[in-house]
Design a protein around this ligand. Sequence first.
Ligand SMILES: [Ca+2]
Ligand SMILES: [Ca+2]
Length: 224
Amino acid sequence: MKTSLLLIAAAMASLPAARAALTVTAGDFDDGLTGQQLNVAGWFDSSVGGFVEWNNAAESIQSDPANGYVQSRHLAMRGDGYVYQSLGTYQSSAGTAAQWQVYQGVFADNNASAGFTISFYAGAFPGASEGVDIAGAGLAMIGSASSLSPLGNPTSLASAGYRSGSLDLSALAEGTEVWVAIRGTGGGGAFAPLDNFSVTQIPEPSVALLGLLGVAGLLVRKRR
Ligand SMILES: [Ca+2]
Ligand SMILES: [Ca+2]
């Protein structure tokens, strides 16, 4: 019995480790700087020369205790702006689906009149750069864009909260690069504060591991 368990443990230890999961860089927009910064660190953005999108001061968004959101530096997305980044390459061993989440907030002055969309793209984009829109890269969109409505202007904290959605990755080829874009909607006269954007690839138990657990179960039953 002890030998069998040791053999199973050794076999499990030799299984290849799960590949790296898709990961968001700087989804908390906490760049350590102060005041408004036109360059959104960790993201390619629509402009670094004007208020199309920017990392904003912590005190410009309201804390939202009901939703567990604590005031911090955040993205201020204008209706005609965008940010995007690569999440890495798809490995099915890390999960064939993912969930995204973002906090849609309210400015301290209750102005939050822009909506925004969350879109995912698949494929290589060597031309990715500040001021170069991923929408023009000819990449295939994974699923469809998720549209988050503007919260009104002025608006109240009651309309703020975490939004989430799911993403089917199963049709992607192994090693395909995956991108996410956040894009403002509604024109240039309004901004939306948002924060804590994350993507979680949903891991599935490895087939090999399930097989070994089955063998272990049989061995345990046999010895009884
Ligand atoms: Ca933040
Ligand atoms: Ca940038």
